[in-house]
Design a protein around this ligand. Structure first.
Ligand code: BG6
Length: 509
């Protein structure tokens, strides 16, 4: 286990929801798990006119996100944790105010011996990234003469390829690439990281991991919730920007990448970039029309309750064409994946919350048991990202009795069976990595741009053509037309909450 150096975490946008919901609970769990260095301080910076005590009360003592956790420990333990947390009010006139922020950082650094090692976390609206980076730079807080300095940048990283490039250029004016950590919380999920281990730590999968044995790959990311309170943000984003460009293309890159030379950050990220660059960019209207589908949920009744349609949600334009469902078929132009179709879909207001990857293997080249060689009996490897995390292999077994009737059986592994292992949440893992300077699970500048280069033409096509926006009732598996995308190859596997349940028995909850 790497040793974590003494340091300070400065959170910009500290009064926002992310700090209370994800960041402070993650730091609390790191504290509880004794992963924090001896000298460690959190400094929240934001416009809200709070004191240190207000901040501690809002994000720790009275936080609904920590309520259950704190109920199990004694008061001194909580007080010790709170003693590490401070707050600084940033005025509207940020430029002038950064001088006083600098003084506060210097003072805390001196008092708590954090060795001039700082992480600046940008939990901010994207428009504030560049000015904040500049202010840090102008104060000389980026300099690494006496300690390291890192920046963690939240998503969305750009709005399209051009803005992502601009943002990279802007950040590079003030920080060197190794100082910049672009967070994608999917990379912090154990099951996403396990994609690498499944592929490269076993000799049974990798020899089959190519066009000779794989028929197609299917990825489903479904959420049962709608846009919740984020209608304003989501309406300008949509499923493709919100989930596909980042989280899902990260998963795709781990599935299609070539074996890296080793497990360090640059080696893994080099392969991921190469993988993303080999996605076949769709250029013609016909390709874009035939291989992409967008849709929006419409009102419905789920479990006896009326559920709003997307256009009725707060903050959403009543004539919005923003997609809450996106399904994309694409190919990967390289030796390994030639002619293997990939089907990826993501959506809100589906029957259940689930993310999984299904590797569909080809039928045996020579069929002996003809009657049983139906497509749906072919081998499948199901990698369950969430929930009921695990891996399932579907393979054929003989039905006892005369003849050779073949039935499908499951071979499964569940993370929950590792009872003694504490599985860190994505934010815990990613924060700890950044604290230790490990960028393996963070996206590099060229990686983000390669992902946008694939997504941009789809966004432009949807914006500038008469590509239809289909409707689907909240609580169903998307529009009927999405079946046509995968028709002739297979059917979507509409997964259930439990990994081993076969599709078709989902409970809407
Ligand atoms: C976020 C998206 O990045 O990921 C949300 O902005 C989405 O819209 C969330 O709900 C899903 O994350 P998870 O970890 O719950 O699958």
């Amino acid at each position: 286990m790497d040793k974590t150096a003494n340091q300070m975490l400065i959170i910009f946008g500290a009064s926002g929801d992310l700090t209370a919901r994800k960041l402070i609970p993650a730091i609390y769990n790191l504290y509880k798990g004794k992963h924090l260095p001896e000298n460690f301080v959190v400094l929240g910076a934001s416009r809200s006119n709070w004191t240190d005590d207000d901040f501690r009360k809002n994000v720790v003592k009275e936080s609904t996100y920590l309520k259950d956790e704190l109920a199990t420990v004694d008061k001194d333990f909580i007080t010790d944790f709170c003693d590490k947390i401070f707050y600084h009010v940033l005025d509207k006139d940020q430029d002038a105010d950064f001088g006083s922020l600098n003084e506060r950082i210097t003072q805390l650094n001196k008092n708590y011996a954090t060795d001039n090692n700082y992480i600046f976390y940008f939990s901010l609206p994207p428009a504030a990234y560049e000015p904040t980076a500049k202010n840090i730079y102008d104060q000389g807080l980026h300099k690494e003469d006496d300690g390291w300095k890192r920046v963690i940048v939240e998503k969305p990283f750009g709005y399209n390829l051009e803005t992502a490039k601009n943002l990279n250029n802007a950040l590079h004016r003030y920080f060197k690439e190794p100082q910049i950590f672009r967070i994608d919380h999917y990379l912090g999920k154990e099951t996403v990281q396990n994609l690498l281990v499944t592929r490269f730590a076993n000799s049974i999968f990798e020899p089959l991991w190519n066009r000779n044995y794989i028929h197609h790959v299917e990825i489903t990311n479904a959420e049962s919730v709608g846009v919740e309170k984020r209608g304003g943000y989501y309406d300008k984003s949509g499923a493709l920007r919100d989930m596909f460009q980042n989280h899902l293309l990260q998963i795709v890159s781990l599935i299609i990448m070539e074996p890296p030379i080793g497990a360090n950050a640059e080696e893994i990220r080099n392969e991921k970039v190469k993988a993303l660059k080999s996605l076949r960019v769709m250029t013609t209207d016909k390709e874009l029309h035939d291989n992409t589908i967008r849709a929006q949920y419409v009102s419905s009744v789920i479990d006896g309750e009326n559920v709003k349609g997307y256009r009725e949600e707060d903050g959403v334009d009543p004539d919005s064409t923003t997609e809450t469902y996106a399904a994309i078929k694409f190919f990967v132009d390289n030796w390994r994946w030639a002619d293997v179709p990939f089907y990826v879909r993501t959506a809100k207001r589906m029957p259940t919350k689930v993310t999984e990857v299904v590797i569909h293997f080809k039928s045996p080249h020579h069929q002996i048991f003809k009657e049983s060689s139906l497509n749906n009996k072919d081998n499948k490897l199901v990698i369950r990202i969430q929930p009921d995390e695990g891996i399932l292999i579907k393979f054929g077994v003989k039905v006892p009795g005369q003849g050779f009737e073949v039935e499908r059986a499951n071979l499964d592994f569940y993370y929950s069976s590792l009872v003694d292992t504490y599985v860190m949440t994505a934010y815990e893992r990613l924060l700890l990595d950044a604290m230790q300077g490990d960028a393996t699970l963070y996206a590099r500048a060229d990686e983000v741009e390669a992902a946008w280069a694939f997504v941009d033409p789809i966004l432009n096509f949807w914006k500038n053509s008469d590509a239809k926006v289909y409707g689907y009732s909240a609580g169903v598996w998307g529009p009927k037309n999405a079946d046509e995308l995968i028709d002739g190859v297979s059917m979507w596997r509409n997964p259930c909450e439990n990994l081993a349940d076969d599709p078709g028995y989902c409970v809407i909850s």
